[in-house]
Ligand binder design. Structure first.
Ligand SMILES: *Cc1c(COP(=O)(O)O)cnc(C)c1O
Length: 424
């Protein structure tokens, strides 16, 4: 690899996905296209999203309530349009997934069904420094069951002086907690470090001690390859506005393994959209759950945000995760190379990539620890057209997204960092 514009444009010329960039609105900074590296936080808008949403606005205007049955995409079953694409993204059967609610809401709904502590088996293993919403979710669930937080939640941390959590430490902790363990709840890709975890291995180990395994895939879906069904994962949830480009606050997805999807004895919070759909409008007493993930729905589908999600899913279906991941690996290793190259050439450069070096243990995101150099450099990047993400105390997170970032974007990022270092 070379840190030159010729090398970067050559890779762009050879990139079979390079045309997809034109299908997205790229935000502007200083009057020109920004270098957007925060697709892991809010994915960019597909240009097609507008017409997909307009279609539903038009049908609403035209049909009013009758749009539930007469719209081009009848609203009564709109959520089902997303099941196929979601299933392909997470490696599930179609009836194991459904689009509904927001992510944190869905995590709570899954906990109702999958976290059923007993006097003996009540502990939850999770990652230290999980995403705050996940921490609050776990904390409030534990309190809801009247349990003591410190005795119930067992966190696995990186070892002293390390930034990543070792897989062997997760497995050892599961073994250790053993028959007191009710659930392993984990982020499939850590939002802070970008570390990808072995969900299959964690699930197997959890099952071997009689516990269940559930995952938050907010940073995994659309970023790395997933095979939830074959891995025997019990449940998972994700949002669609990060790597899936479906718009701010857009709909979340859940996965419930077919091992559980028709288990009527499982407690759950119910609503009319999860009720047997052939009898849904009879408005009868007594909830009868639909089979599969659909049985966890409560409310009727938020069609307008699902429409922008559908716009994005059509792009994902056209490209497929194989090609995306292939390009993602090249883009990310180019970014890593550029950072390393800069570090060796500038003695005043203190950037340390904490994301795993091994391609199988990371996705699009590189987290850069900026020893002492942090906020100032970050502000310089922002002024110079880079949209990145700053996390206290001193990490810059950058994600090069294979659908719309180019190798030239990554090269430009490197040049802006060099300009900062030259003038520091
Ligand atoms: C982004 C993210 C969330 C956000 O939750 P919402 O309910 O969608 O606001 C939760 N957990 C993780 C791990 C995330 O990355």
């Amino acid at each position: 690899m070379k840190n030159t514009i010729e090398y970067a444009t050559d890779l762009d010329d050879k990139d079979i996905l390079s045309d997809y960039r034109r299908q997205f609105h790229i935000p502007k900074s200083n009057g020109k296209e920004a270098y957007y590296f925060t697709g892991n936080s809010l994915g960019l808008q597909p240009k097609s999203a507008q017409s997909y949403v307009q279609q539903e606005l038009d049908d609403w205007a035209k049909f009013g309530v009758e749009g539930h049955f007469h719209a081009k995409n009848p609203w009564v079953s709109y959520h089902k349009i997303l099941s196929g694409p979601f299933a392909r993204l997470v490696g599930a059967k179609e009836d194991e997934v459904v689009a509904m609610n927001g992510l944190s809401v869905n995590l709570h709904l899954m906990m109702v069904s999958f976290y059923r502590p007993t006097a003996k088996r009540y502990k939850i293993i999770c990652e230290a420094k999980a995403f705050p919403s996940d921490q609050y979710m776990l904390e409030s669930q534990v309190k809801f069951h009247g349990l003591n937080l410190n005795e119930t939640i067992v966190e696995v941390c990186p070892r002293e002086g390390e930034h990543l959590i070792r897989e062997e430490d997760i497995l050892a902790k599961i073994e250790e907690v053993g028959d007191e363990l009710a659930l392993v709840f984990w982020g499939g890709v850590n939002y802070y470090s970008g570390q990808v975890f072995d969900l299959k291995g964690i699930t197997e180990k959890a099952h071997s001690v009689g516990a269940l395994a559930g995952f938050d895939l907010a940073h995994g879906v659309g970023n790395v390859k997933l095979d939830l069904h074959d891995w025997n994962v019990d449940f998972a949830c994700w949002c669609s506005y990060k790597y899936l480009n479906s718009g701010p606050g857009s709909v979340s997805g859940i996965f419930v393994h077919s091992n559980h999807g028709s288990d009527d004895s499982m407690p759950r919070f119910a609503g009319w959209w999860g009720h047997d759909e052939s009898r849904r409008f009879l408005m009868e007493k007594e909830f009868v759950a639909m089979q599969g993930a659909q049985g966890w729905q409560l409310s009727n589908a938020p069609v307008l945000i699902m429409a922008s999600c559908k716009a994005s899913m059509d792009i994902f279906d056209e490209v497929g995760m194989d090609k995306l991941v292939e390009k993602s690996k090249k883009l990310t290793s180019f970014m890593e190379f550029v950072f390393n190259d800069i570090s060796t050439r500038y003695s005043n450069c203190n950037l340390e990539v904490i994301t795993p070096k091994d391609e199988e243990s990371r996705g699009c995101q590189l987290s850069v620890l900026s020893h002492g150099q942090g906020k100032e450099m970050f502000d310089f990047l922002t002024t110079n057209g880079v949209i990145a993400d700053w996390r206290e105390p001193n990490v810059i997170r950058l994600a090069a997204i294979p659908l719309y970032n180019s190798f030239a974007d990554v090269y430009a990022l490197g040049q802006i960092i060099e300009n900062y270092l030259k003038n520091e």
